[in-house]
Design a protein around this ligand. Structure first.
Ligand code: NDP
Ligand code: 8X3
Length: 252
């Protein structure tokens, strides 16, 4: 674990072992944050942490005990948290409502919605105490637009969007900014997870179109993080040029 520098703001990024979270950890480190990375795959997490001079801490956002230990470690090691990026999440399955697996829905709700709630609750006191805190939550185009085969993920991301917008209202008057960042298709491990490890099906999602990269989203997150304290970017929808709506995609 790196020695804390009290003057350096601390950013916590959940789901930082791959994709958008890993790119965000790198971008925030470059922007001057001491970065704390959380996820379950500690080997991958440690690799990313070493790249950006951050600290890797095991975290399962679906497990309250794990979240409590994680938050206690952040408190003990740094005594502060200035920015929380609620990024851990994802989708499983593309079944219709009629064919839906309750277990898949449970996973999506627990990871995306309750996971975000658990981590936000645990770190909010430090974010307020920082005097200039920020919470960013990674939603999705799926939080704005229902689509066929997306119901479970749509429900979870709509849930996150509602929570984030309520948090913005409830923190009015407190020194904490709240932002919802909603990406469209980005080429990460997202689709491999969604298709349960079927890499061919995952690659087909991006066939003939140019998706966003994890770095595109990380760039936006770092930009939001570094606006003056008076500026709250409430919501940001970031789409590939080739995707005009959830299922409106230009392919060649
Ligand atoms: P990845 O699958 O590459 O990353 C997901 C991250 O979430 C991993 O680091 C994973 O780490 C972590 N994670 C999953 N479950 C848990 C858990 N229980 N506890 C802690 N961490 C967990 O996909 P993305 O980078 O694309 O996804 C990041 C976020 O962006 C997600 O919320 C996703 O819904 C959202 N998003 C993605 C889009 C896309 O097209 N890629 C578009 C819009 C939104 P580990 O497995 O090591 O725990
Ligand atoms: C991931 C993007 O279009 O699969 O959030 O919902 S999409």
């Amino acid at each position: 674990m790196n020695a804390p520098t009290p003057a350096t703001p601390v950013a916590v990024v959940t789901g930082a072992s791959s994709g958008i979270g890993a790119a965000t950890a790198r971008a925030l480190a470059t922007a001057g944050y001491q970065v704390v990375l959380g996820a379950r795959r500690i080997d991958k997490l440690t690799e990313v942490a070493e790249e950006c001079g951050g600290t890797a801490l095991a975290l399962d956002v679906t497990d309250q005990g794990s979240v409590d230990v994680f938050a206690a470690s952040v408190t003990e090691a740094f005594g502060r948290c200035d920015l929380l990026v609620n990024n851990a999440g994802g989708a499983v399955g593309t079944e219709s409502v009629a064919e839906a697996s309750v277990d898949d829905w449970q996973w999506m709700y627990d990871t995306n919605v309750l996971g975000t709630l658990r981590v936000t609750k645990a770190l909010l006191p430090m974010l307020v105490a920082s005097g200039d805190g920020q919470v960013m939550t990674i939603g999705s185009i799926a939080a704005r637009e229902p689509y066929r085969g997306g119901a479970g993920y749509n429900a979870a991301k709509h849930g996150i969007a509602a929570m984030t917008r309520v948090l913005r209202l409830e923190l009015l008057g407190q020194p904490v900014r709240v932002c919802e960042i909603d990406p469209g298709m980005a080429n990460t491990e997202f689709s491999t997870v969604r298709f349960r490890g079927d890499t061919e099906a995952a690659e087909n999602v991006y066939a003939g179109m140019e998706p966003l990269t994890a770095e595109d989203i990380a760039d936006a997150i770092a930009w939001v993080a570094t606006r003056p304290s008076r500026v709250n970017i409430d919501q940001m929808l970031i789409m590939p040029r080739d995707q005009a709506a959830a299922q409106q995609i230009h392919r060649v």
